[in-house]
Design a protein. Structure first.
Lengths: 347, 310
């Protein structure tokens, strides 16, 4: 189990030091079946294949990786939109994977999700007031009048005018819609927010606005974030710790600055080499690592190290033995590579 | 195999892996899949190597007559077969045993667990599957006619049957599921329709199909035996008796299953769940009688199809 906290080393000392979210060996396999009534199982899509990480209260964990690596599945599994195949998902010490439905419903009040596409996640037939208020009605947190007042307040918090409360989503820009989605997620005072690519669908010019808003709200409401993105540049801006995913597994996990300065996995190195640097001189002399081929199928995962089919450092042992996800030189920096010492530092 | 594993502790949890790409090649030594050293037999002619580990112990790997031996603190480590990948037990909803399990465990806990599998895709999959099954049951006599003596009339009748069952089976399902849903809501039920429909379909449809499959044997008997209208009536009496003997115990069992299912999905009290289950049962009876009547009409049609070509 990977742990970034003191609490798990001395579990009975202080509950306050316990990580808010503690994911242990989480697996989410989607069955592939044939037949309608008498279905038979012909295999699994191993979308998430034994993931472990923890997030302390008030921290932001960035989860990065290319499309199809399982980032979104992790987020959706944590909020139990999917039922995990195996593993534990401890939220404030309680395993969300095993909670009965009613207790899960109560716990979900403390966990909210912001989705990637604000054009799709807001129902165009409802006013933004109804959309933001909906979770409050579901959890019956206040009277109708109080909910309306809180909705107006939430609009102000996310930088929109309270008079917009009766407008419809199509009357807003992409950035404003994502602000509405943020307001909706915050409406029932969650402690943990899973932001699934919250700025990917937005113009570059308004990304920073939404990211700054999220950071400001984190400080204001002591929020804990799991920030999912395929863009290492964005994650660097918001995350305290970063986990890099490849084909359903975390291949590297470290503090933000550490991972950017000295990546220990060739995949992370390749991703970092693709992040543009706003300095033409540096950008020009910088060495780019272009990965060959596509992400292999999660139905037939390569033997040994799952990155060996695209890895520039791969040796024959990589085809045979899957490297352990181990700490590097005793630091809180984990990587799953046999030859991590050969990964070149960032220029 | 280029990799050999050795148990590094008594429980076999910690393992030493020795990787050799080919016979006589260099050895790469790993502890719990982390490289800790190598023996360069090819390059330097090394026959053994001592590797100090972080816990203070010393791992020694030696090559004797081209056989690899691994020692930890001078104790020879036993070779073990490579660890088997953990087998994932399929969920009940992924196998045919889901139906059997649910039918055999009528408790609130069973349905609490099943409810997480609810989805519209699964509901429609089951409805379409059952519509096809009903169609096959009803169409067997016609198909045998088409095979023995083709006539466009039979084919037309088959298409008509497909349309009828394509409409009546989903209508039947939504009727016997929808009315109890609204009743449960009136009694304080909290479920979404999708969850409610999913659970009731799981327990309802096998119980409804069963009494139809058994009389099919009787219908097949009719097909292969020339009959007149008097014999047909006598056979239908027999079918009716089978219906009675099977339908009553099945109805009671449906009632036993529906109560915990409704308690689970709607959070209803036992009394309210029993009332809803009873109404649901009455509807099923009415619908099944309707279907049986349709079957009777089909049997009549079958009788006339037999005499018409003559």
């Amino acid at each position: 189990m990977l742990d970034t906290t003191v609490a798990n080393e001395a579990p009975d000392t202080a509950v306050t030091n316990r990580p808010l979210v503690d994911i242990r060996d989480l697996k989410m396999y989607f069955p592939l079946t044939r037949g309608v009534i008498f279905q038979r199982l012909i295999g699994y899509v191993r979308a998430v294949d034994g993931i472990s990480f923890s997030i302390r209260r008030g921290q932001t964990m960035g989860l990065v990786g290319e499309s199809g690596s399982g980032k979104t599945t992790i987020g959706r599994t944590i909020v139990r939109l999917y039922r995990p195949t195996a593993g534990q998902m401890l939220f404030d010490g309680r395993d969300m994977a095993k909670l009965p439905r009613e207790e899960l419903r109560q716990l979900r009040q403390r966990v909210q999700m912001i989705f990637q596409d604000p054009y799709a996640s807001l129902n165009p037939r409802f006013t933004i007031g109804s959309l933001i208020a909906e979770p409050m009605f579901i959890y019956n947190v206040a009277s109708r009048k109080e909910i309306r007042e809180r909705t107006a307040e939430l609009l102000r918090v996310v930088g929109l005018r309270a008079e917009y409360i009766d407008r419809y989503p199509h009357e807003f820009s992409g950035g404003q819609r994502q602000r509405i989605a943020v307001a909706r997620a915050l409406s029932i005072n969650p402690e943990f927010v899973i932001a699934d690519e919250p700025v990917s669908a937005l113009d570059v010019s308004i990304r920073a606005q939404v990211l700054n808003l999220m950071q400001q709200l984190q400080q204001q409401f002591q929020l804990t974030y799991l920030f999912i993105s395929h863009d290492l540049g964005v994650v660097r801006h918001v995350a305290d710790r970063i986990a890099v995913m490849y084909l359903g597994k975390i291949v590297e996990l470290a503090d933000r600055d550490e991972i950017y300065a000295a990546p220990q996995h060739p995949y992370t190195r390749a991703l970092l080499s693709a992040v543009p640097i706003p300095d033409p001189k540096v950008e020009k002399r910088r060495r780019r690592i272009i990965l060959s081929g596509d992400l292999p199928s999660p139905i037939r995962i390569p033997s040994g190290c799952r990155f060996h089919t695209r890895c520039p450092l791969a040796q024959s042992i990589c085809r045979e033995i899957e490297p352990a996800f181990a700490p590097k030189e005793g630091r809180e920096h984990y990587a799953a590579c046999h030859f991590s010492e050969r990964v070149a530092p960032i220029d | 195999m280029p990799t050999q594993e050795y148990a590094a502790d008594a429980a076999g949890k910690s393992r030493v892996q020795v990787y050799r790409e080919y016979d006589g090649g260099d050895l790469t030594i790993l502890l719990d899949r982390v490289i800790v050293g190598s023996v360069l037999t090819e390059e330097n002619g090394e026959r053994n190597r001592e590797i100090p580990l972080k816990d203070g112990s010393v791992l020694k790997v030696q090559v004797l007559d081209d056989q690899v031996q691994v020692l930890k603190d001078d104790e020879v480590l036993p070779p073990v077969p490579p660890a088997e990948p953990e087998k994932i037990k399929p969920r009940r909803s992924e196998t045919a045993s889901q139906t059997i399990y649910v039918l055999g465990h009528p408790s609130v806990n069973t349905f609490d667990e099943e409810i997480f599998e609810a989805s519209w895709g699964s509901i429609w999959g089951k409805i379409i599957g059952y519509a096809v099954l009903f169609l096959v049951i009803a169409a067997v006599p016609l198909i045998t006619h088409i095979i023995s003596a083709f006539s466009p009339v039979y084919l037309l009748a088959l298409v008509a049957l497909a349309v009828i069952f394509g409409v009546t089976v989903p209508a039947f399902i939504f009727l016997v599921i929808g009315v109890p849903y609204f009743l449960a809501k009136q009694l304080g039920g909290k479920a979404k329709f999708m969850e409610h429909a999913y659970l009731l379909i799981i327990i309802l449809m096998p119980l409804v199909i069963f009494p139809f499959v058994v009389p099919l044997i009787g219908v097949l008997y009719q097909v292969y035996n020339p009959l007149n209208f008097t014999q047909l009536s006598a056979n239908l009496d027999g079918i009716q008796r089978i219906f009675e003997y099977i339908l009553i115990p099945l109805s009671i069992y449906y009632f036993v299953l529906a109560i915990p299912a409704l308690m689970s999905v709607h959070k209803l009290k036992p009394g309210a769940a029993a009332i809803t289950a009873f109404v649901s049962l009455v509807l099923i009876w009415l619908a099944v009688l309707g279907l049986a009547f349709s079957g009777y009409l089909l049997a009549l049609a079958h009788f006339y199809f037999q005499i018409l070509p003559k």
